[in-house]
Design a binder for this molecule. Structure first.
Ligand SMILES: [Zn+2]
Length: 216
């Protein structure tokens, strides 16, 4: 599952850019990315170059980030069912760790880009950019392909354009927002959801159907 805008209500990176850049240039750069003119590596590097903030401001913003209203319950439900989960993010490890730490969310494995705070600046790095498609900093499609043989049925939950590469690698897709719009426009099968309460209901129904099929 995706992190920014999926597990969190809003995109954490956009929230940082909105509050802590000195100009609105980041929105123009975001448009270039959305139109496919640049990849996320270039997009995020250029956007973060304009960010200036103190460590206290960063901590305080990350403490204010809201989670999806059904996420914690969903996470407990997955654990109870023994279903493996992993967060695939084209955002940053620093934000995922801090957002979870201040809400005492138990450890969830994740793969993302990395970030360090240094002298009032945020310095990004892209350790998973290896087999990238050119669009993503961390390509979720490439990551899923690399572990395909070890996976069973893949259920993906996402909300945005950085999730597109995961779609062909996933057996079932739950989509919020722009990802749902993209799926509808392009005839890609997905379950449109508002939050993780809908995802959990959808997965419970699917599991019941599988069990009923087995007992038939
Ligand atoms: Zn990609």
């Amino acid at each position: 599952m995706d992190f920014d805008g999926t597990i969190t209500r809003n995109d954490v990176v956009d929230g940082i850019l909105d509050r802590f850049t000195t100009n609105r240039n980041w929105e123009k750069i975001e448009q270039e990315w959305a139109r496919g003119l640049i990849g996320s590596k270039e997009c995020l590097t250029r956007q973060l170059a304009d960010v200036r903030l103190t460590e206290r401001e960063l901590e305080s913003y990350l403490e204010s980030v809201e989670l999806d209203p059904g996420f914690l319950e969903f996470e407990k439900w997955l654990c109870g069912q023994g279903i493996d989960r992993v967060i695939l993010s084209d955002g940053f490890d620093y934000f995922i760790r801090k957002v979870f730490a201040c809400r005492e969310v138990p450890h969830i494995p994740f793969l993302s880009n990395s970030l360090r705070f240094e002298g009032g600046r945020l310095i990004p790095d892209f350790p998973h950019a290896g087999e990238s498609c050119g669009r993503c900093g961390h390509c979720k499609g490439s990551t899923l392909r690399s572990v395909r043989s070890r996976l069973g049925h893949v259920v993906f939950v996402g909300d945005g354009l950085s999730d597109l590469c995961a779609l062909p690698e996933s057996g079932t897709v739950f989509a919020k927002g722009r990802l749902a719009e993209h799926c509808h426009t392009n005839g890609i099968a997905c379950h449109e959801v508002r939050d993780f309460r809908d995802v959990q209901r959808g997965m419970e129904t699917a599991l019941q159907e599988v069990l009923a099929g087995r007992n038939r």
